[in-house]
Design a protein around this ligand. Structure first.
Ligand SMILES: [Zn+2]
Length: 294
């Protein structure tokens, strides 16, 4: 678990598990040759030696302000059906890891999700006596109205793949049924409620209404890009994305790089291996990621 501060905003990374994926499986156009070309600067932290699979992590960010406890992205969850995916039927000590940060599920005030894919909303619910119940019973789950409507239409069309339907049934519907979901605009935030700025940040492309999170205290700020960038290799190849809308995703990636490069704005990523956070920097004309100190 890693802790960082933005003024008096405290952010903890709550780990779930680590995995490696074949780059071509989730990034359109990624090949072993491209990975080999970039392996020298990525190193064994980011590329599995031998297999050349891309190393990744699943974790949540717990954000504590003076007023609120916010969980951004809720990972994959335990006991979830995801055949063929690394997070099928997990049994991780995620809630123990949360407890290690001094937090019980009852303490969480807000749950926010970058988008509605199974590896970003899994811990919305947990299995109790054979039923899926909200993991964070006192939280408001702030869900993008656009993202929710997109997936609801997909599911209700009856043509949705079971890979989509099952996570929806297990991790989204119980939240709605328990009355804990609040559907919000893609720029929803807390500016009016606290001196610090915390708000959703539209980063469309990976999914239709994919949103990152923007956090600022005074002049210290951070962007949580969610799946707008999934692996550091994309900084060198922003044209290679895994996306619902490829053109939008590429534009978002280019804008993110332009916005962050060689600035103090920190990126707190969803899937980069530990320490997960750092800065976009230029090195001899190339775009690279400098991880926060280990
Ligand atoms: Zn993801």
């Amino acid at each position: 678990m890693r802790t960082q501060f933005f003024g008096d905003i405290r952010v903890d990374s709550i780990p779930e598990f680590e995995f490696s994926l074949d780059g071509s499986w989730f990034l359109n156009g990624m090949t072993t040759e491209i990975i080999r070309e970039h392996e020298h600067w990525l190193g064994p932290r980011l590329v599995e030696p031998g297999t050349r699979k891309l190393k990744m992590i699943s974790h949540s960010y717990l954000i504590r302000t003076r007023h609120h406890m916010i969980l951004f992205d809720t990972c994959c969850g335990n006991h979830k059906e995801a055949p063929g995916l690394p997070w099928h039927q997990l049994r991780t000590p995620f809630l123990d890891n949360l407890a290690r940060a001094g937090v019980q599920p009852e303490d969480v005030d807000f749950v926010m999700c970058s988008h509605l894919h199974g590896d970003h909303f899994g811990w919305n619910t947990r299995l109790q006596d054979g039923k899926w119940v909200p993991t964070f019973p006192n939280a408001r789950y702030l869900i993008s109205k656009g993202e929710y409507e997109f997936w609801r239409a997909d599911i209700e069309s009856g043509t949705a793949h079971s890979m989509r339907k099952q996570p929806w049934t297990e991790s989204i519907l119980p939240i709605v049924e328990h009355g804990l979901a609040t559907f919000v605009e893609d720029t929803h935030g807390f500016e009016n409620e606290m001196p610090d700025e915390i708000r959703y940040m539209p980063l469309y492309g990976h999914t239709k209404h994919h949103c990152g999170l923007y956090v600022r205290h005074g002049s210290k700020d951070a962007i949580f890009p969610g799946d707008a960038i999934q692996h550091p290799i994309q900084l060198a190849r922003p044209d290679i994305v895994g996306a619902y809308d490829r053109e939008a995703a590429i534009q978002v990636m280019r804008d993110l790089i332009a916005r962050c490069i060689d600035t103090p704005t920190k990126l707190l990523t969803a899937h980069f291996p530990s320490p997960t956070a750092g800065w976009v920097v230029s090195e001899l004309g190339n775009v690279r990621f400098r991880f926060d100190a280990d």
